[in-house]
Ligand binder design. Structure first.
Ligand SMILES: C[S@@+](CC[C@H](N)C(=O)[O-])C[C@H]1O[C@@H](n2cnc3c(N)ncnc32)[C@H](O)[C@@H]1O
Length: 221
């Protein structure tokens, strides 16, 4: 059966209908982000659910997210953590950070989520010193596409054996797709990340075509 644009759109609608259920708390987080005028670029409910499932398949002690927006994906990840687990999420935009912190309070996960304000490339090096090598069970990046290879370079030493490195938009974004990597600098950076992770001897990696593509890479035990 040929995959046509129409069939892909129908598949996405089907996935949202069958797997995209989000409870009232998550719906309220989406509504609050929209009401605050944040861009509609959070992960979908089914991708959020996948982030939660993946997190819960690790020991779930420590997760790091790059790009909090309104706290939607962070809330899904926080729900997959162990009872004592915590999430550190990094956000450059103070308005987004305020909305995200309110979302974590509304979801009742503010005791396990800490938001760090600033540019990821400024925050991550100090975070690396603070957390230490092999301390992170889940790293999820969803911020500035041009910086994706640098996020991996900085996060990779922190990822525990058996831990996960996850990246959103690895097949495309609203503005460009991975087959345009030759002409689009953002997609060229994403392509570099995909290849860098796929070729890394310590990781097993694949990208699943959920929404705009989620890279899932697991460090060998
Ligand atoms: C696609 S949104 C994140 C969506 C969020 N992960 C979710 O699904 O709910 C990207 C976020 O990254 C933030 N961002 C962009 N560049 C950044 C940077 N260099 N450092 C930290 N955050 C950044 C943006 O302000 C925005 O809030």
């Amino acid at each position: 059966m040929e995959m046509t644009p129409e069939r892909w759109a129908a598949t996405e609608r089907y996935a949202a209908e069958v797997f995209g259920e989000a409870d009232l708390v998550l719906q309220a987080i989406s509504a609050a982000a929209a009401a605050a005028g944040l861009p509609d670029i959070a992960v979908s409910a089914e991708e959020g659910r996948l982030l939660m499932i993946l997190t819960s398949m690790t020991p779930g002690r420590l997760a790091v997210e790059v790009g909090a927006l309104g706290g939607y994906s962070g809330t899904w990840i926080a729900r997959g953590l162990a009872p004592e687990g915590r999430l550190i999420t990094i956000e450059i935009d103070p308005r987004h950070a305020d909305v995200a912190e309110a979302a974590f309070r509304a979801a009742g996960v503010d005791d396990k989520v800490e938001l760090r304000r600033g540019a990821a490339l400024d925050v991550l090096p100090s975070l690396a010193g603070e957390l230490g090598p092999g301390s992170v069970d889940v790293a999820f990046i969803d911020a500035h596409k041009i910086e994706y290879p640098d996020y991996f370079r900085l996060l990779e030493p922190l990822i525990a054996p058996g831990g996960l490195f996850l990246a959103d938009n690895v097949y495309g974004t609203g503005g460009a797709w991975i087959d345009q990597a030759d002409s689009n600098p953002g997609m060229a950076a994403v392509d570099r990340l995909n290849r860098m992770v796929a070729e890394h001897p310590d990781f097993e990696a694949v990208a699943v075509p959920i929404r705009t593509g989620l890279l899932i890479a697991r460090r060998h035990q």
